[in-house]
Ligand binder design. Structure first.
Ligand code: IFM
Length: 462
């Protein structure tokens, strides 16, 4: 038994040996070889931090599954969240203390258009004020237009399942681009197309909480890809002001969630299902951006082919959200054809996610081959005690810097997240913030130990 355990440990260690020497990461030099103008920032999303939003998630948070479990862990509701809607100046000061050069935030559609065709000018004015203040502080704003939540009226029409969602999102993008285009250049139309579709229609953890409906999951992905193309076109038409004077009035990205998928065993089946999963989750979306053709295929379950010529050229920068690695075990009885697990004995986040910085290097090398400049639009971990985030940050930045040193054109890194926040179906339990938020005590913000680390790195970038 002991021997078997030892063999397993040695094998695991071999598989997981870092591709480079993490011990040699030095805070004195980390980031110094990154290009001038590299964006080093943090990211948030409206529904997770603002508080007071009334959208499809508000309804979802009050609901339960057929077996009586609340939709959100512990029955948490986003409610006031971090009250960032009213504390922007405080949050801006936190960003300045970190030394960020960029901030990714989302504008909440339901706040600005609470009823279809009814616009809240004051809400839009507040977002404008934020972007203006950020710019004045030397912080480049990146604005996300759809980050999981939908206005109630849009959800009532059928939400992301309707093909017409593409036109509605394009109209939303046109409106925001018109109003904020002179202060914002960097746009992320949609956050994590693959995640919103999987969680809503495969896993059932996000609205509309459907499970195993892979056909609609693929349809939703296709609808959102159509939406992205139309949103990019609208933004480029209306945002003609180059706010930061870099020669680009608009820079369009996406926030594509990527993961490392490795087969649980060397069996042909695990290997094939891991490759299929990788293609569906990681590759199908960038391939659609590169070719103008959507091909979502999983033999026996999904075959969706659509030409969307406007997708080609619809991103200027490839945004990647990277968190973790999954070990794929074939499970032909499940809708996803697999069960995903983590390798035992690895360092993990509070949610058990494998902390795997090599994965960032591997994925940057892979996506660099497409030829777009890359920005890491999200990277982070849940770490309530704040004991792991510093090392996480150092190791992921070192992985990124190594990829840059080998020729990958990476232009920025956004840490998820500035603050602890409402983590969707997991509620307030996971803590992703560089700043910890005390929800029982006036939502006070306290720096986690990683704030000093972030600051050190940002000084190296100047
Ligand atoms: O909090 C989320 C975010 O909204 C989207 N990307 C992943 C993060 C952590 O789960």
């Amino acid at each position: 038994m002991k021997r078997a355990w030892l063999v397993a440990l040695v094998l695991t260690a071999c598989v997981d040996r870092p591709g480079f020497d993490l011990a040699s990461v030095s805070l004195d030099t980390l980031g110094k070889t990154l290009p001038t103008g590299f964006l080093f920032g943090t990211a948030t999303a409206a529904h997770q931090v603002e508080g007071g939003n009334v959208d499809d998630w508000t309804d979802f948070e009050m609901g339960t599954f057929p077996d009586g479990r609340p939709h959100v862990a512990n029955g948490d509701q986003s409610g006031l969240a971090d009250d960032s809607w009213n504390r922007f100046d405080e949050d801006l000061a936190l960003m300045q203390a970190l030394g960020v050069t960029a901030y990714r935030f989302s504008v909440e559609w339901s706040r600005v258009e609470p009823e279809e065709g009814v616009w809240n000018a004051q809400a839009m004015a507040r977002y404008r004020e934020w972007a203006t203040k950020l710019r004045a502080a030397g912080i480049e704003p990146m604005v996300t237009l759809h980050h999981f939540s939908l206005p109630r009226w849009e959800a009532a029409k059928g939400g992301l399942e309707r093909p017409e969602i593409a036109d509605d999102l394009a109209a939303w993008a046109r409106r925001v681009g018109t109003e904020l285009g002179d202060v914002v250049d960097f746009w992320c139309p949609i956050n994590e197309i693959n995640v919103v579709a999987a969680e809503g229609w495969l896993v059932g953890a996000f609205p509309p909480a459907k499970t195993g409906d892979t056909a609609t999951q693929a349809k939703v992905m296709a609808n959102l890809l159509h939406a992205h193309a139309k949103m990019a076109k609208a933004l480029r038409e209306v945002d003609v002001v180059d706010a930061n004077g870099d020669g680009h009035a608009t820079l369009i990205t996406t926030a594509h969630h990527v993961r490392i998928f490795q087969p649980a065993t060397h069996s042909a089946l695990d290997t094939a299902i891991a490759a299929l999963t990788d293609d569906f989750v990681n590759e199908a979306i960038p391939r659609a951006f590169a070719t103008g053709h959507i091909a979502l295929t999983v033999p026996g379950t999904i075959d969706l082919q659509e030409d969307v010529p406007d997708l080609k050229g619809s991103i200027d920068v490839l945004g990647l959200n990277y968190y973790s690695r999954d070990i794929v075990r074939a499970d032909l009885g499940s809708a996803s054809l697999s069960t995903l697990t983590y390798r035992p004995g690895r360092p993990t986040s509070d949610q058990g996610w494998d902390l795997y910085p090599d994965g960032l290097y591997i994925l940057l090398k892979r996506y660099g081959a497409y030829g777009w400049p890359i920005v890491i639009t999200e990277n982070g971990l849940s770490d309530r005690e704040g004991t792991k985030r510093s090392l996480f940050l150092e190791q992921h930045l070192a992985a990124l810097e190594r990829a840059v040193g080998e020729g990958v054109d990476v232009r920025g890194y956004f840490h998820w997240s500035l603050l602890d926040n409402f983590e969707w179906a997991d509620g307030f339990t996971p803590r992703f913030g560089l700043y910890q938020v005390d929800y029982a005590n006036g939502r006070t913000r306290t720096p986690s130990p990683a704030v000093a680390t972030f600051k050190r790195i940002s000084q190296n970038l100047r």
